[in-house]
Design a protein around this ligand. Structure first.
Ligand SMILES: [Zn+2]
Length: 503
């Protein structure tokens, strides 16, 4: 747990320097490794100090580099590199703060005083916001090891961060409240996605949404299978047919701007497990498929963050949660199914099921919930991972102005989004010979055609963005402050977009 305190600039000495150091032209060799800095019992103090001073002189200040100098009598010193002056961005600061927090925890320090760097291109408040975010990212852990239940992990240690900066404390406190709200949303999204399919299935996902959101002031309505049937969501129900766990339809309303009629819908894919159905996945490809509800987790996390930050916006979250399994009752390839919109769909591949659930959810959001603009987010296509890896979220849209707004929010948030083309030639591929649409037009431009399929189910012509987070929501390896497994993307982008104080 990381706590922040503030003290007036000049009021106390910054004992840990968060410094900007120009990288030297000659590469440091060897790197100062922490193992080399350990005191050996036989080593005289003078020799040890000389050795540390030498290692410190090799600190180049490149981005993410840290140097720790433990001292017995006075405060220890920790240097964090920010890279080349003039090229420091909010993202550099997030990564540096994350490195700093990790180094402090590794060295079992419990208190740190930080002098925030003053940068020409970024305001002090923004520097602090990025710094606090990077620091708080170090708090996230997901583990089911029995040992960790007893808090056997040193990373769990409390850390107090004392900040000195050239800014009003009230301003920094407000920024911190905002960052804290955002981090709560990100961590909730990560937790929901990391929890495996034996823990999170439609019923428990709905309950988790209620438990997290209702105390924060978000109205949550959960529809059971009979109610979903009464609404007429045939495409969604077709996917859910194979599982003993019944589907749930979850609608979450946050009204932070009651004097406005404007409302944004966030529609998240909520496949709590996807075996592929009769178009079955490979054994290896199925292992992480509890993460196929990462879109819905990001919707729930974003709503929590907005509510906690008391954001001035109206947002409705919509999740059609179910499992895609094989059984005697499962839907089959070749089935021609209906949908809430009335359109018929030829099912050529039961593993292209996400778009079927989204079809009914997005129709409901624009028909029944009166959304003026819609963002749907889904771990939808393998093609997206092939094209953009774990780095970029893919976007398909019908409105370039709305897209520009989302892209600007993503840039501020430090998340990467790449818009794909979406003209009529791609939409043609979704047409079936025997039904209105088919759900699997083949490998070509698979991310675009999947997105456009979902867009076919908008009940009215409103600005819409489809985000394919198949690569960005869940990672094999950590990267910077992003952990392995669930990343919580794109909560930051959506929070920034829908929380006007950030724009
Ligand atoms: Zn699938």
């Amino acid at each position: 747990m990381v706590r922040f305190e503030f003290f007036t600039k000049g009021g106390a000495r910054a004992e840990f320097a968060f410094v900007e150091v120009k990288p030297t032209a000659t590469p440091a060799n060897p790197e100062p490794g922490s193992a080399a800095l350990e005191a050996s019992p036989a080593e005289p103090t003078a020799t040890r100090l000389a050795r540390l001073a030498k290692a410190r002189s090799k600190f180049t200040g490149k981005s993410g580099e840290t140097f720790y100098w433990p001292k017995a009598e006075e405060a220890s010193e920790l240097l964090v590199g920010l890279g080349e002056p003039g090229k420091v961005t909010a993202e550099t600061l997030r990564k540096a703060a994350f490195s700093l927090a990790k180094a402090l925890k590794e060295h079992k320090e419990s208190e740190v005083e930080v002098a925030l760097p003053e940068l020409a291109a970024i305001s002090v408040t923004e520097v602090f916001q990025a710094f606090a975010e990077g620091f708080l990212h170090s708090d996230y852990r997901f583990s089911r090891k029995t040992m960790d239940k007893n808090d056997g992990d040193d990373n769990g240690k409390d850390l107090t961060v004392r900040i000195s900066a050239a800014a009003e404390e009230a301003e920094l406190q407000a920024a911190l409240a905002n960052v804290n709200a955002m981090m709560e949303g990100i961590f909730l999204a990560r937790d929901l996605t990391n929890r495996t399919a034996n823990e999170i299935y439609p019923e428990t996902l709905a309950r988790a949404a209620q438990e997290a959101l209702e105390p924060a002031g978000v109205k949550v309505r959960v529809y059971d299978k009979a109610e979903i049937e009464a609404i007429g969501m045939e495409a969604f129900l077709s996917v859910a047919k194979g599982s003993a766990h019944e589907p749930r339809f979850i609608v979450m309303e946050y009204n932070g701007q009651p004097d406005s009629a404007e409302r944004t819908a966030l529609v998240g894919k909520g496949l709590t497990y996807d075996s592929g159905g009769y178009s079955i996945k490979t054994a290896a490809g199925m292992v992480t498929m509890h993460c196929d509800m990462a879109g819905s987790a990001a919707v729930i996390g974003t709503l929590l963050a907005l509510a906690k930050a008391q954001a001035k916006s109206n947002v409705v979250g919509v999740v059609a949660a179910c499992e895609n399994l094989i059984s005697g009752t499962a839907f089959k390839t070749g089935d021609i199914i209906g949908s809430l919109s009335g359109k018929t769909i030829e099912v050529l591949n039961t593993d292209a099921e996400g778009r079927l659930t989204l079809a009914d959810a997005i129709y409901y959001a624009t028909k029944q919930l009166d959304a003026d603009r819609v963002i749907d987010l889904a771990t939808l296509t393998g093609a997206c991972v092939v094209a953009l890896g774990s780095e970029y979220t893919a976007a398909v849209t019908n409105d370039d102005a709305f897209m520009a707004e989302l892209k600007a929010a993503a840039d501020v948030a430090g998340e990467k989004v790449w818009q794909l083309p979406s003209d009529e030639a791609f939409a043609e591929k979704n047409k079936s010979k025997v039904a209105d649409l088919l759900n699997s037009p083949g490998r070509e431009a698979g991310t675009v055609t999947a997105g456009l399929f979902v867009g076919e189910f908008l009940a009215k012509d409103v600005p819409w963005i489809h985000l394919d987070i198949a690569g960005t929501a869940y990672r094999d390896k950590p990267s910077g402050y992003l952990p392995d497994r669930a990343t919580g993307q794109p909560v930051k982008t959506l929070f920034t977009l829908l929380n006007p104080r950030n724009s």
